[in-house]
Every structure is written in C-alpha cells, then in structure tokens.
Design a protein around this ligand. Sequence first.
Ligand code: IPM
Ligand code: MN
Length: 355
Amino acid sequence: MNDFRLAVLPGDGIGPEVTAEALRVLCAAADLFGFRLITTQYAVGAAGVAESGEALPLTSRYGVTDADAVLLGAVGHPSLASAEGSRRPEAGLLALRELLKVYANLRPVSVHPALRHASPLRPERLEGVDLLIVRELTGGLYYGEPRWRSELEAVNTLRYTTAEIERVARVAFEAAEGRRKRVTSVDKANVLEVSELWRDTVSQVALDYPDVVLEHLYVDFAAVRLVCDPAGIDVLLTENMFGDILSDEAAVLAGSLGLLPSASLGDGSGLYEPVHGSAPDIAGQGVANPIGAIASAALLLRYSLELEEAARAVEEAIAGALSAGYRTADIAGPGERVVGTREMGEAVVERVLSA
Ligand code: IPM
Ligand code: MN
C-alpha cells in the first residue's frame, strides 16, 4: 500500500471549514483506491501569528518541506489587515510559496452546465469554456527588491529573469500539448521592458513546441477577451500580478470564486489551495462553498500523488453533486435549496465512494 505524507494548513476564516471537507473527500478516495494518507496540521496566516507571532511559524516551515504535498485553506484576518512584515497573514502564504519554490500556479476554469445561471455573463458566452491559467507565482512585483515605503513615497520592483520566464512558460506549453494546443501569453509589452523580455522569452520557448499555437495579448485586452470570448482561450500564461487579477476575473465565468481550485508546482512538493480567500464575513457559519478546496484536493491527487484515477473520481463526484442540485449559497439560483459546507462535502464523499 502506498503511504503519502500530507501537510495540512487550514489557515484562517473559512479555511478550516472547507479544508475539513477536502480532507474527508481525500480519505474517501484513499479508502476506495487503496492508498494511505498521513496528515499533519500546521498553522499559517493569522493562525500562525496566534501560535508563534509569525504568519509562517518555524514548525510549519519544517512540516511542509517534509511532506509529499501541502493542502492549504485560506489566509487573512480583519484584525491583522494592517499588520506589518511577517505578521501579515498574506506574508505567510507568500513565504510558503517561496519556500516551496512553487513557481507555476495552475488555475483551471470550466463551467458546469447546471451553473450557467450563476454567472452574470450570458449563458451562450459560457458555452465551451475550459481554460487553464498558468500564473508565475514566485517572482514579479510580489517579490521584487527593493521594496519600501516612507510617508510620501513607496516602491515595489518588477523584475524577471529569462530563467524564471522560461520555466513557467514550459509548464504552460506542456499543459497545452495535452489540451487544445493554444497558449495565450499575457503581458504589457507596449509599456514595460519586463514584458518585452517576457514576450521574447515565451516566443523562444514556443519554438520547442511546434504543434502549439502561441498568441500574445496585452493584459488590458486579455481582460476583455476573458469576458467576451472565454471559450477561445485554452492556456493563459502570465506573470504573477496580472495572473492574480485575471484569475479572479475568470472565476466569474464559473459562477463563483468558491468553485475554483489551484495547484502550485515547482521542483519539490506541490501546494494546493482554493483560489478564494478567507471570507471573514461568512467564517464559522458552515455556509462556505467547499468545492474550490475539494477540487484542489483532486489536483493534489493528480499532480503530487500521481493518482489520476482518484483525481478523476473526485472531479466526477463534484460534477455529480452539482448535477444532482446541491447548491451552497454562492451558487444557488432563485428558489433552489441551499445546503451548507458540510452537506456539500458529504454529497461529494458519497459520490466518490460509489465511483
Ligand atoms: C491569491 C491571493 C493571494 C495572492 C493573496 C492572499 C496574497 O489573492 O492566491 O490569488 O495575491 O496571490
Ligand atoms: Mn488573488
């Protein structure tokens, strides 16, 4: 029997609630597919600050580097919104991404047919939407030095090397080879030198993937394309900050930010987290949508544990629960029965077990 070590970092707000459901689904998959998960919980975000005074405590650092994969809930807490340095919950997440060197963030977006009403876009626009955002995750403005703030001025630095661009571009092209063979690379090359380098480097990488069609878009127009012709996009490749913004925009296609999963991959263990945040306004009420977290667990099965069959079973179970009419508040249409976090998790577990 295969044993896998999983580091679980539930974090803040709705993080613990949705992570608990993702874990229940993983345990169901383990039962069914005959593998074993050894899970250890660690603190991150405001929970980390409460434990040790730092958003990413030392014990969490050691724990994650020792694991086969890392499952994270969410970080962020209103009481620490203006905290500084390593006490900022978000700094814990950024430190974690840096520590694990997960430079490629994969955010798949598709639209379940039963949820077309949940998006503010016209249903016909959503036909055929199936895209993958590949966001560079450990460089750019998020990490650039120097960075500082004084009373009347502040500085952040946008900097990328060709090596950083090339390795994430390869992830995008390789993904495209197994999909519709299109890469849309997003930059601002009409203004930024960094984007010129991005464009040239991506074009160079493209030569190694002759059956993949590459197009370049400026980020402002990419924002338009995402809502006007989302089905025309296959793999969208972009740098850290543009990817942060465009992936929230893309979530609108799916109907709710609560549905979207992500996988962050590098050369070591992968990090899996829903795209949504800690949602303090609904935390602790058992109403959050656990599907983003559960779908992240499916990606964990696929990419880190290489259990494709189990990953598919979880994804099919999610689709099955949605087809059967299970709706958390964020995706419920008028008159539809609303279930809580736990009941939605249970609906997926049941369907995994009967796969
Ligand atoms: C995300 C989040 C994070 C980011 C925050 C919480 C630091 O918005 O994962 O998209 O900006 O990367
Ligand atoms: Mn974001």
